[in-house]
Design a protein around this ligand. Structure first.
Ligand SMILES: [Zn+2]
Length: 565
């Protein structure tokens, strides 16, 4: 007897155009002597899933997916929509595609950096090793290399007093190209610095924990463990920083550099979320480390790792390992900067463009948060003495306005141009401040992004795959046993966590769930109330769905087979 999940899966694979041996033999005139065993059927399903992945998905996309997976933490299934579709609760940037994977990278620092345009294909994992070279502190990793072609020869440069890593959260290359006139100052710095034109996050999904962990460690999540907005540890799905910094498995540049220097360097991070701090360090948690300065405003016990508080803080689990300066909430309030934004259109009327500012978290979800935070950055540099002596210090800054506005309005919203302009203006101010306080030719700056921003699907043609329909369909197809134990633990845009014991109890396999996903159409998964027209209704929405464990064995991904050998 064919189990329900298996029959559904087989039908879906056939509908998706995958040739499956068992089915071919079923229609042959002379029946085989014995029906295929469960093991044989499973092998055939795996074969079909593997062939579909290798045929439908570009190599880069599969490689990024593999680099982002750790089998002890990631979802049980990896899902790759047909580009440019995306699995949507909202306007997600968590994809393996160039649109959100391509990021800018500027290395600026007269006296240290060799100006030019650099086209070599690199990833965020190359930043930490490159800064190691700037500090003359070798920091090679399995996934990153120092980009010394962009530095002056080692004997022609000294040590900077301060190295700053500045993340424009969500400001991928596509966002900058969408609004080319909105960042004149960054462009002028690019002409005087090293401007890398072929940079990707390098691992999927392109989101905040993934991007920042790569920047910090120079390794991909496959190694460092920060695989997504959630990680499964000890059988429980948790936010990556739910227990402080300890789930980040690899050391950061700052961890090792600070310790090697006897903790004399000043090391600090000024950001919004605990996940941002991971581009800096484990603080005192890493053996021999001290309590580096960290300032965030993550909401304690928020539902996601992205919820924000109304004051600068550290979450309870981060607090033991870092130092939050006392004065950070005593600076001029956000309202002053909100008023500046409000006045920009000529009238102080409580509105930014068409939006009532009060309804955008009192202004915190507007570009006004950028100058508000920039003032904090400058206060911390001044009061803590960053760059004040010959011991090179490290400062990490994340500005989140572009991300916030991208989630609300997409990369295409005119609001994004405001966010970029304000961010660019803050950069101009920051560079002048560093020249004034640290001294010209005494500091090095990296500007990059942790990922890009989703386009407006109405313009990009992307089909948003309704995450709630995936949830409901999975439950209806594979979890009908009524025992009250949910099969589904979490669906994210690129992966799915299941209760594997419950799946087995329900008589199904991961391969069957993957095959079912491959059969889903636009008619099955559309968002909103308007179903797709007849010409589109039957179009499949996924290019690949795979049990995570077979990613490493794809014949079209030799890097993975070598890496797991
Ligand atoms: Zn981000």
């Amino acid at each position: 007897m064919i189990r329900r999940g298996a029959s559904v899966a087989m039908a879906a694979l056939l509908a998706a155009g995958c040739t499956v041996g068992a089915q071919a033999s079923r229609s042959s005139p002379s029946p085989p002597s014995a029906p295929p065993s469960a093991t044989e059927a499973r092998g055939e399903t795996v074969g079909a899933l593997v062939r579909a992945a290798c045929r439908n998905v570009p190599h880069d996309v599969l490689l990024r997916t593999w680099r982002g997976v750790r089998l002890d933490r990631s979802g049980d299934l990896q899902i790759i929509p047909r580009e440019p579709n995306f699995v949507s609760g909202g306007l997600t940037h968590a994809t393996p595609f160039d649109l959100t994977q391509d990021v800018p990278l500027l290395l600026y620092g007269p006296g240290f950096v060799r100006p030019g345009v650099y086209d070599r294909a690199i990833t965020l994992a190359d930043i930490a090793p490159t800064l190691g070279a700037v500090l003359k502190f070798p920091f090679d990793t399995p996934d990153g290399d120092p980009q010394t072609q962009a530095l002056l020869p080692e004997d022609e440069r000294g040590l900077p007093r301060l190295v700053v890593v500045l993340v424009w959260d969500s400001a991928g290359t596509d966002v900058l190209e969408r609004w080319p006139d909105a960042w004149p100052y960054l462009r002028s710095l690019a002409e005087r610095g090293a401007w890398f034109t072929n940079v990707t996050v390098g691992a999927s999904p392109s989101n905040t924990p993934v991007g920042h962990s790569i920047i910090g460690t120079g390794t991909f999540p496959r190694s460092n463990g920060f695989v997504d907005e959630y990680v499964r540890v000890n059988g429980r799905l948790q936010k990556p920083n739910e227990n402080g910094p300890g789930f980040l498995l690899d050391p950061t540049l700052a961890d090792l550099y600070d310790r090697a220097m006897g903790n004399r360097p000043k090391v600090g991070a000024i950001a919004t979320l605990a996940a941002h701090v991971m581009m800096m360090s484990h603080g005192a948690q890493w053996g021999g480390g001290d309590r580096d300065i960290a300032v965030t405003r993550e909401k304690e016990f928020g539902r996601t790792a992205g919820e924000e508080d109304v004051r600068w803080n550290l979450t309870t689990d981060m607090a033991p390992f870092y130092r939050l300066p006392r004065y950070v909430n005593d600076l001029p309030p956000l309202s002053e900067y909100v008023d500046d934004l409000d006045r920009a259109d000529g009238a102080l009327d409580g509105r930014w463009r068409d939006h009532e500012i009060a309804r955008l978290k009192g202004g915190f979800d507007t570009p006004a948060r950028t100058p508000f935070q920039q003032a904090l950055v400058e206060a911390v540099i001044e009061r803590e003495g960053f760059g004040a002596d010959d011991v090179p210090d490290l400062l990490f800054v994340n500005h989140k306005a572009i991300d916030t506005i991208g989630h609300l309005f997409s990369a295409d919203g005119v609001e994004m141009s405001d966010a970029l302009r304000v961010q660019d203006e803050a950069l101009r101010r920051f560079v002048a401040f560093l020249d004034d306080r640290v001294g010209e030719g005494r500091w090095v700056l990296v500007v990059t992004a942790d990922h890009g921003t989703q386009r407006d699907p109405a313009r990009s043609g992307a089909f948003p795959i309704d995450i709630r329909k995936l949830e409901a369909g999975l439950a209806a197809t594979f979890d009908g046993d009524g025992d009250g134990v949910p099969l589904l633990q979490k669906i994210r845009p690129t992966e799915i966590w299941l209760d594997r014991a419950e799946l087995a109890e329900n008589g199904s396999t991961l391969e069957e769930v993957a095959a079912w996903l491959m059969g889903l159409t636009r008619a099955d998964t559309y968002k909103g109330s308007a179903p797709p027209g007849p010409a589109e209704a039957g179009e499949r929405v996924f290019a690949a769905a795979l049990p995570s464990s077979i990613l490493g064995q794809l014949p079209c991904l030799p890097e993975a087979r070598a890496g797991e050998g």
